[in-house]
Design a protein around this ligand. Structure first.
Ligand code: GDP
Ligand code: MG
Length: 177
């Protein structure tokens, strides 16, 4: 029905970040509520998952893309960024290198994504023991603040903040309509 078309638009949402930070696990946790230990092969997660998130009384449709494999070669194509409405940029709190690469990811995003793209930075694997943690929450908060993007720590393993992260994205997308 014609007057429903607008609310039916699925917002293209892309998971970005270094290989191994937990992008596929985060999407699987959000989609199924489950965590499967062990890496997903590069072929798993190609394509997208459609999810509907309720924001107040409105359905916000997300078409969530997982960047399986490509991140290793930095060949996430620029066309892929260009029509994205939202980006979830992940690092792994137990992997300093994945955090150090956030600046480069943000640089690429600024260059190739739409100016009004909704960005959320996620420090994933926050369930990890403090002895394993290499990135403090404050460090994540600081880089998010410096780049005026939202920030959360998440765990694809326990599910902590996973739904909240997607709800926050959906809320922001709705507000920007
Ligand atoms: P991707 O390459 O970014 O898609 O990362 P994967 O989803 O394949 O996850 C890489 C590895 O990290 C796997 O062994 C996962 O089981 C593990 N992993 C992912 N998310 C979490 C998390 O939140 N906590 C913990 N402890 N391990 C995680
Ligand atoms: Mg993956």
């Amino acid at each position: 029905v014609r007057h429903h078309v607008e609310t039916d638009i699925a917002h293209k949402t892309i998971l970005l970040g270094d290989s191994g930070v937990g992008k596929t696990s985060l999407l699987v946790q959000f989609d199924t509520g489950k965590f499967q230990a062990g890496s997903f092969s590069a072929t798993v997660g190609i394509g997208f998952t459609n999810k509907v998130v309720m924001v107040d009384d409105t359905k916000v449709k997300l078409q969530i893309w997982d960047t399986a494999g490509q991140e290793r070669f930095r060949s996430v194509t620029h066309a892929y960024y260009r029509d994205a409405h939202a980006l979830l940029l992940l690092y792994d709190v137990t992997n300093k290198n994945s955090f150090d690469n956030i600046r480069a990811w943000l640089g690429e995003i600024k260059e190739y994504a739409q100016d009004d793209v909704v960005i959320m930075l996620l420090g994933n694997k926050c369930d990890s023991q403090s002895s394993e943690r290499m990135v403090r929450r404050e460090d994540g908060e600081r880089i998010a603040r410096e780049n005026t993007v939202a920030f959360m720590e998440t765990s694809a393993k326990t599910g902590q903040n996973v739904e909240l992260a997607f709800i926050a994205i959906a809320r922001e997308l709705k507000a920007r309509k």
